[in-house]
Write a protein of this length. Sequence first.
Length: 142
Amino acid sequence: MPPRTPQCLPLLAFMCLSVPAIDATTSQPATRPTTQPAGWRNVSVDEFQKLAKDRQNVILDVRTPREFDIGHIRGAVNIDLKSADFEKKIAQLDRSKTYLIYCRTGLRGTAAAKKMHSAGFKHLFNLDGGIAAWWQAGRPIR
């Protein structure tokens, strides 16, 4: 399905301006630490997509409703991390399910995974690089 216009323009502009961080000492892409807290972990676009194929897993977009409306991963549920009732909304979710979390670049997804893990969720996966990485990998956005 072709991207919508003009609503997709802000997302497309962001994607065009996104550049991976470079480690100044090696001129190589910067890497993140490989150690992560138990109970959740960052996953690549490919792994996220594989996990998303299991319809039992819940895709959770933690961006704002406006960001969600501009474009999101098919089947995603939107619960804004920055909303005042984020904790109340996640408290209503089934803790036994697996949640695939994403935001724009991965930072809010990490924060959401930490909050959800503290709230008793055990099966959490955060899309490393967020929807920006998803888009750059050529994956579809609705």
